[in-house]
Design a protein around this ligand. Sequence first.
Ligand code: GTP
Length: 454
Amino acid sequence: MNDASGPADSAYLGQGEAARLRTILEGTRAGTWEWNVQTGETVFNERWAEIIGYTLDELKLISIKTWLTHTHPDDLVVSDQRLQAHFRGDTDYYECEARMRHKDGHWVWVRDYGRLVSRTPEGEPEWMSGTHIDISASRAYQEKLETLQAEQQRTIERLEKMASRIPGLVYQFEMRPDGSIRFPYASAGIARIYNVTPDQVREDATRIFDAIHPDDHAHVREAAEASRLSGEDWICEYRVIVDDEIRWVFGRARPDFRDDGRIVWYGSILDITAQKELEERLRQIAVTDELTGSANRRQFMELLSREFFRYKRNGPGYAVILFDFDWFKQVNDRFGHNVGDLVLKETTRVLQDELRASDTLGRVGGEEFAILLPDSDMDSARQLAERLRQTIARHRFEGTDATLQGTITCGVAVADPDDDQSNTIMLRADKALYHGKSAGRNRVETFRSSGNAR
Ligand SMILES: Nc1nc2c(ncn2[C@@H]2O[C@H](COP(=O)(O)OP(=O)(O)OP(=O)(O)O)[C@@H](O)[C@H]2O)c(=O)[nH]1
């Protein structure tokens, strides 16, 4: 029993038909097998042996044991289960993929396919026939594919994990030629930034504008338009409102121009609220006088400079009131430095209430203050200075264990078209103040362009 002229052929096929089928099978490079389930008698064709590197002669004496000894034990278990199912009539065909040991030692994957062709008079399974197809190449390809897919999955999981750690999101944002927009990919962090899930914006991204602060819509769109036209990165800082809370975000993404007219931006959006708050705190510290909370000298001079340049560009006139506590040294000497500090703080608080929102009170020296009055002339500035002087003169400062009173002297000056520097007005106000001190204090003096304080 060595070639496929097995006993089963003649039993259930005509001779011509069997030969024809054998030719077809050879054409498909299939190994064939016939097996008597009852006796173990087995017939293979030459190709069956060739798939695992042998000739039929080398495999002699052939029986079902030939299959059993060359097949991976794990696959035999599966094969047996499938055979039993087929014998019971649960399946029309027996089908199994199995590893067979090649003569060289490596495993060959075969697809084993067969069918029962006769039963004994008692109904027991008898002859069965089938084919072996070498599927090692497709199996290897499939395994490689699975390995690649698993690697890809691991990479995606790693990226997702990293993306979930950043305070924001990483994404792909697509604009189609018809202007429609979508996020083909967005990490889970999009929920924190825009209050949407990646699925909700995969096909249409317009929902994100529900979360962007209405005042920033135009800014975000303009930045995207600039990036589209220039090919430069989209860089944008804007506010979002999620759960009634305003947060600052910073977005940066690089556009990729596709041949079909789509533009896909790759980038990230980070929550920078904490950073913004810190920046704002630092900015406040940098511009505020620590003791009184008023503008510090640097900030006052900066605002004065802006006002000066506005005036030079035909802006409205403005005025400065410079004032200084009278006999302040005595306050310190009599009541102590701490009380002196309290007086300075209290003065700031009391006078601030008298000013317009557009006015700026700044501490420009130890116990010297200045007020910048935009859009003011000499008369209104002088009247205000007079009111401030009276307010302080009437005020009772509560010291630690005594109530004290004090006065201020004010020097007032207004912008002059001949001024070529922003602080020239300060020099004039200082001159007026000096005159006020000389003239007896607790007074308001104005500086007229004639150069004299009156
Ligand atoms: N408590 C306190 N005192 C200050 C501060 N800065 C400056 N001074 C004091 O202010 C006083 C200013 O004194 P002077 O320049 O002699 O002026 P004055 O005593 O106010 O007299 P006139 O300005 O001439 O009316 C000094 O004693 C300074 O120590 C401060 O931040 N806190």
